[in-house]
Write a protein that binds this ligand. Sequence first.
Ligand SMILES: C[S@@+](CC[C@H](N)C(=O)[O-])C[C@H]1O[C@@H](n2cnc3c(N)ncnc32)[C@H](O)[C@@H]1O
Length: 278
Amino acid sequence: MEKRDYQKEFCCLIDRYAYRYSRWQIWNDFLYLSAAALANVFPIPEREEREKQYLSVIGRYTAEEQKIFPEMLTIVTLALDENPEQDFLGSLYHRLELQQEQKGQFFTPYDISRFMAEIQFAGGSEKEELERNGYISVNDPACGAGAMLIAFANAAKRNGLNYQKQVLFVAQDIDHTAAMMCYIQLSLLGCPAVVIIGDTLVKPMFHPDNEVWYTPFYHLNRWRFSQHSGPEETAEVPRKMEGSGMPEEMDKEIRLPENMEFVEGMDGQFTFSLKKVS
Ligand SMILES: C[S@@+](CC[C@H](N)C(=O)[O-])C[C@H]1O[C@@H](n2cnc3c(N)ncnc32)[C@H](O)[C@@H]1O
């Protein structure tokens, strides 16, 4: 069977309405709509606000035009599912030359990220941290589309860790577009992650001016990261019990995007999957 060129398929979709919208606008709208759909799976305090914003963004498009957005998310999900060892959105961003809009922002090629992630495990120091806390954490304070963190997740897996449970990912970027790319990719890969939008140098981490996005797998695992706290910790999100799958009370509150389902993933953990498009 011929291998699908997911990037090419995505580019065709983004250019379908090029006579009406710029690539930059469609890209950013796609990012917001996808991130909000993923974030709103859980009953978070920001759910209503993000839903309102979602409706305002999607409302700018006709019913026919709106169809490209779930198709784009499907493509990203299938691409990462087929090959999780890549920064799909980051490289697509460069292929579409969207970095020009951001004064030449440049993301690390995935092979370099992969090498840098692998050497983090060379000394075996993660074992001690894992023993002490039950998890390890990794932080990219200028995360871009998340290449370094994606590579870290894959390196953790190769080194015997279940990154869906045993790694807390923290990402920050000053640029909203970059942070949304990172959020979507970490969400789809099942990384428990906190993605923060704000200036790391002036306003690091949970500064009140920063926007904070938690991935669905963060919510599923947040009880594991008890030492980690942020403003969201006050949210009324039910906690998962040790040893069980998804808690029943959480199951009732989950609102998955239309073409998405939860399936049992690595080591009995739940993961996202898309109902495949024909
Ligand atoms: C060279 S890119 C690297 C991205 C990613 N770490 C990678 O390896 O692909 C640098 C990123 O840092 C972000 N950045 C620049 N200054 C920043 C700041 N003061 N606080 C947070 N992020 C910043 C940019 O928006 C950009 O996404």
